[in-house]
Design a protein around this ligand. Structure first.
Ligand SMILES: Nc1ncnc2c1ncn2[C@@H]1O[C@H](COP(=O)(O)OP(=O)(O)OP(=O)(O)O)[C@@H](O)[C@H]1O
Length: 314
């Protein structure tokens, strides 16, 4: 897979405030990378740095091997950027605005009409070319923001909260469009909604207080290795025996007591819940409940926003 962007030790300060600290990431062709984090985590700062609209305090950004700080014009040719608030001019019509963007992007005059048709087609804007931007709905404004970002067919798309403020139908359309665009480019987008990132992205990078907390590739078919079990009630003095029996099961890597005959178990790969049920029965444990725990990312994210996690006895 081709590496499109490479970021090393990227940091940005605002006065004494460290908004981003030591970020490293790579973006590859065909990949959608999600930046996930609560408000103020540093997502917009990171995307502004990557788009070249904000200068870093330290670190390096390479776009297709070109140093963004040293050769900004050459590097930005490969970038399309949809900021948090799309830079639209209300007094222009959609076509006028896109022509203006095509000029700014230095698309040759003879190629402009085709570029507009392509971008409008991809973003579902064919019917609104002559509409005044001031009259567009929020959903159409967002589509237009996307259209200006893809007009010059960039290899890298940077999208700041691309579905923010859209209704469920528009969200589905924009998600489909993003997946379509990823066939020919690499996309990095931000969101503060876990399900959003899980729906669109191949990989996630969780930011918190300007630092990278966690990075993972979604393997949607990967079964969870963490299970929660409830056993038949026993006398308190036997509780220790119960957890020791669980720990001794061949398929169990670790067991944590949650109280009232409930335990959280980490299975040894490639063991499955069927192995667990069978081995528990053989060991004389009576299983009353067996439920999968959320995937790692969900636990990391809920820990982050203070809703409990692996260590809690929810
Ligand atoms: N121009 C600026 N001057 C001073 N502080 C700033 C500036 N831009 C961002 N910050 C601060 O940097 C931190 C990170 O902001 P940023 O907008 O990158 O977060 P975010 O993760 O995008 O948040 P949100 O989801 O709310 O958009 C915040 O505390 C913010 O107040």
């Amino acid at each position: 897979m081709d590496t499109l962007a490479r970021v090393t030790s990227l940091s940005r300060r605002f006065g004494h405030y460290q908004a981003l600290q030591g970020l490293a990431l790579e973006l590859r062709q065909g990949e959608v990378l999600g930046l996930l984090g609560p408000n103020g985590a540093g997502k917009t700062t990171c995307l502004r740095l990557l788009s070249g609209t904000l200068a870093p305090s330290a670190g390096r950004i390479e776009i297709l091997g070109i140093d963004l700080a040293r050769r900004p014009v050459a590097a930005k040719r490969h970038l399309g950027y949809l900021p948090e608030r799309p830079p639209l001019f209300d007094e222009l019509k959609v076509d006028e605005y896109l022509h203006h963007c095509a000029r700014l992007r230095r698309i040759p005059t003879r190629a402009r009409a085709a570029a507009l048709t392509r971008a409008k087609g991809l973003c579902g804007l064919e019917t609104v070319g002559r509409t005044l931007i001031a009259k567009l709905s929020k959903g159409y404004r967002q589509r237009l923001g996307l259209a200006q970002a893809i007009l010059h067919e960039p290899r890298i798309l940077i999208l700041d909260e691309p579905t923010d403020g859209l209704d469920p139908v528009q969200i589905r359309e924009v998600r489909t469009l993003i997946r379509d665009l990823a066939r020919t480019s690499g996309i990095i987008l931000s969101s503060h909604i876990l399900s959003e990132v899980q729906a669109i992205c191949d990989r996630v990078l969780v930011l918190h207080r300007g630092r990278m907390l966690f990075q993972d590739r979604f393997e949607r078919t990967r079964p969870t290795q963490v299970w929660r079990v409830r056993l038949a009630p026993i006398m308190t003095r036997q509780a220790l025996d119960q957890i020791h029996t669980l720990e001794r099961l061949y398929c169990v890597e670790a067991a944590v007591a949650l109280g009232e005959d409930r335990y959280r178990l980490l299975l040894t790969p490639p063991a499955t819940s069927t192995d667990l049920a069978r081995q528990a029965l053989t060991a004389g444990l009576e299983l009353r409940e067996l439920t999968p725990e959320p995937h790692d990312l969900e636990r990391v994210f809920f820990d982050l926003i203070g809703a409990g996690g692996m260590g809690s006895a929810r």
